[in-house]
Design a binder for this molecule. Sequence first.
Ligand SMILES: Nc1ncnc2c1ncn2[C@@H]1O[C@H](COP(=O)(O)OP(=O)(O)OP(=O)(O)O)[C@@H](O)[C@H]1O
Length: 286
Amino acid sequence: MTSTVSASGLSLHYGGTRALDDVSLRLTPGVTGLLGPNGAGKTTLLRVLATAVPAQRGRFTVLGHDPGSTRGRQEVRRRLGYLPQTPGFHPDFTAFEFVDYVAILKEINNRAARHREVRRVLDEVDLGDVRGKRVKKLSGGMRQRVALAAALVGDPGFMVLDEPTVGLDPEQRMRFRELIARAGEGRTVLLSTHQTEDVAMLCHRVLVMAGGRIHFDGTPAELTARAAGRVWSSAERAPDAKAGWRTGAGTFRNVGDPPPGAELLDPTLEDGYLLTLDGHGLAVTA
Ligand SMILES: Nc1ncnc2c1ncn2[C@@H]1O[C@H](COP(=O)(O)OP(=O)(O)OP(=O)(O)O)[C@@H](O)[C@H]1O
């Protein structure tokens, strides 16, 4: 399959901090999850790919356009939908006004066509009924949907979503998950998240970052399989486990290298993720 995004050797240092360190990747249609601990470099990678900040080294293309030139950057931005970690809402804007403002920035100059597009994307995220409400009056989940609607303006071929489900309650998160899945039908979405469950349920592919580098690039099933035979149950705390906690049933669930004869449990994607981080200077002991 042809890649929507193709990046090689992306690096970006802030003083002595290597926020991005020689990152290469290819993204294809569908939702790709980006997991990593705080400070891993996820937001930096997303900001570089969204052309919000230039990399100091390396290059990338989006749908064949190279943002290295002013013209190329413009072409990339026309094809991009970006939901940043903190969408800059003007609190007095209505949902319609905010999305319309983004549509103006996206250079949809014909007023009637633009307003049609704003209504279309608000309907797509099920906010058609509240488009006249002020953003500050909406719930957190609705506000995130307004931000998603803004990112959907102009039907972009590539979408970058930075922790869009953070702070949402389970019902809102589930609803948002449906919308992300819909957004990923036929288009390329890169989703940064701390929710391993979202990745397990939504993504056809997952990247794990730590220390500015990508340490895993594969399917969710492959990430889960990394923990096969490495999750076990015990009656007592297992001192050598990399992570372990007492479950509601009173037994311990451990991740790491089990002792002989241990009662093995089915691994989850989160187990595979924790084991991937191990060995990259990150403690995973609970
Ligand atoms: N503008 C900046 N100036 C200096 N350091 C920065 C800046 N932005 C990011 N960093 C540093 O770069 C590293 C990567 O940060 P980044 O925000 O990309 O991580 P992240 O994986 O998105 O983290 P989180 O999950 O907490 O959002 C961190 O060490 C961070 O402190």
